[in-house]
Design a binder for this molecule. Structure first.
Ligand code: NAD
Length: 512
């Protein structure tokens, strides 16, 4: 407990064994299997959680349906005020929740705090939004008519989230969904159930203080099976799913079969183009943080560096010496730069990907290694690796969720942009340059094909104010800021005739 984990867990009101199904303040016992949550930091058992079963899921969904009828009647700014109070409660619990995120997921404590800060920021954003759910008005082609559009609450929003952002993705979705008048059923990753339970407890207290009914914030713990139950449920008009492309294809198909709405936030294969006009010091910081931050387990992690041939050797050698200085170890120790992977399965994937890259002809710049010894007892610690590759290697076309960075040479910017775009994924991208013509070409219609394109900052991370998401196999969804809220609402066009006649549109005559 040298890092204060026990205090954090106590202050979040968690006990070693938790029920994982909840409609708010009510926790429901079910017959689902037991999930044990171990920390990748030290391999120790943090707590046990009971998964939901189908019967419990249906009971929760029915409570959510009833709650929706009440919640949609609460004026949006009042719903916003409840979300404001949730933001305040998160401010109070920021250190404790950030620590638990770090311990259960394995990202650094600083990144854990950053993740909770994102939750607070999206609550603030949603409070303002609650007075700005604007529709347009338009001029009718018929005299004495008025037209406008409005946005109504949609219903139940299903949220399936990944292990790597165990709490922020939930907040990105719920803060908007709740001000939009929706209710939420959250199925978090089975790898990080305790952080989810902590969020539900924080929310339940705020909701109870505001007489928000049970069923507005719901939690179901479980694996892909519960995720499929939620996806197949025709009473859930929107499923927002964050995770691998494999999962997105399965969820997209299930939701698509019933013609529901799916918001998919899937894998990335993000690249930074470093041109001869780049500030190399800045490029290096962006590239190294992007590649090794969160141990390469961000959807926006930098996977590929596309480097001009004239500066390739210099960049490669600077990267090599930067990697030699990286400190790998317990994520709660602020001296360390790199923490563990989520579990030993992820370590296997890391090793297999390196072996595959080498077999395809990758040139080693910094070799990978699984670390052993007392400090690495969980078996989840690996050394960040760098290889020179060709973009068309099969392994380079895949997202490996680990700190493996691929370097690729280019001759001219057209080629660099073509390489950047020539992968199945389309999440985040960046160019490092001080040449305005290069950056504008990169941002133009003929430039990056990603949902996020940056200039002189890396690929990793994003501010909540912008719409977040990507194209192609990243799934096409947008959440968080800008007008992403519209997907959480039901859009309606209204025409009102205030005359004594009924003129038809397009001048059509219909007389009898
Ligand atoms: P994962 O796909 O294994 O699991 C994600 C979630 O989906 C979990 O809750 C899991 O239980 C559920 N799930 C898995 N298969 C399912 C199925 N067939 N039906 C219904 N639910 C199912 O992903 P992970 O390992 O937890 O997370 C890493 C992945 O998430 C990476 O690919 C990463 O790029 C991606 N990710 C994307 C974003 C984004 O915003 N684009 C953000 C974070 C993570």
């Amino acid at each position: 407990n040298q890092y204060g984990i026990k205090e954090a867990i106590d202050s979040l009101g968690l006990s070693p064994a938790e029920l994982g199904s909840s409609t708010g303040s009510t926790w429901i016992k079910s017959t689902g299997s037991e999930i044990s949550s171990h920390s990748p930091a030290d391999g120790l058992l943090i707590g046990k959680v009971q998964a939901s079963d189908e019967k419990t899921y249906l009971q929760i969904r029915e409570t959510a349906q009833t709650a929706f009828k009440a919640w949609r009647q609460v004026p949006a700014p009042k719903r916003g005020d409840v979300v404001r109070q949730l933001g305040d409660a998160l401010r109070e619990k920021k250190e404790a929740l950030g620590k638990l995120v770090s311990y259960e997921m394995g990202k650094s404590y600083q990144e854990g705090l950053g993740e909770v800060q994102e939750m607070i920021d999206i609550c603030d954003f949603a409070v303002g939004l609650s007075r700005q759910l604007y529709g347009l008005t338009m001029h009718s082609e018929r005299p004495g008519h008025r037209m406008y559009e409005q946005y109504h609450p949609l219903g139940i929003v299903g949220i399936i989230s990944a292990f790597n952002f165990p709490v922020a993705v939930w907040a990105w979705n719920t803060a908007l969904a709740w001000v939009c008048g929706d209710v939420a059923i959250w199925k978090p990753s089975e790898k990080t159930p305790l952080t989810a339970i902590a969020c539900q407890k924080i929310t339940a207290k705020v909701f109870a203080e505001n007489d928000v009914p049970e069923g507005v914030s719901n939690l179901v713990i479980g694996d892909a099976q519960i995720g499929q139950l939620l996806s197949a449920d025709s009473h859930v008009p929107l499923v927002s799913a964050t995770g691998s492309t494999r999962m997105g294809k399965a969820v997209g198909e299930t939701v698509g079969k019933r013609l529901g709405r799916a918001l998919l936030e899937l894998g990335g294969n993000n690249a930074i183009i470093i041109t001869p006009n780049a500030d190399l010091d800045m490029s290096l910081i962006g590239a190294v943080f992007g590649a090794v931050g969160t141990c390469g387990q961000r959807c926006t992690s930098t996977r590929r560096l596309i480097i001009h041939e004239d500066i390739f050797d210099e960049v490669a050698s600077k990267l090599k010496s930067a990697y030699a200085q990286l400190k790998i170890g317990n994520p709660l120790d602020e001296k360390n730069h790199v923490g563990p992977l989520i579990d030993t399965l992820a370590v296997d994937m890391y090793e297999q990907s390196i072996a595959k890259a080498k077999a395809e002809g990758a040139k080693m710049i910094v070799d990978g290694e699984v670390l052993t010894g007392d400090d690495y007892a969980s078996g989840c610690y690996v050394k960040p690796a760098i290889f020179e590759v060709k973009n068309d290697y099969e392994i380079v076309q895949h997202e490996t969720f680990a700190p493996i960075l691929y370097l690729i040479r280019y001759k001219d910017l057209d080629e660099a942009i073509a390489i950047q775009n020539d992968v199945p994924q389309g999440l985040s991208s960046a160019i490092m340059t001080r040449d305005m013509r290069e950056s504008e070409q990169f941002l133009s219609y003929a430039g990056s094909d990603c949902g996020i394109a940056n200039v002189n900052i890396g690929t990793s991370g994003a501010e909540i104010g912008g719409a977040f998401g990507g194209e192609k196999e990243t799934g096409g969804g947008r959440e968080s800021g800008s007008d992403a809220w519209k997907v959480y609402m039901r859009r309606q066009t209204n025409t009102i005739n205030y005359t004594n006649n009924l003129p038809l549109a397009q001048g059509i005559k219909f007389e009898f």
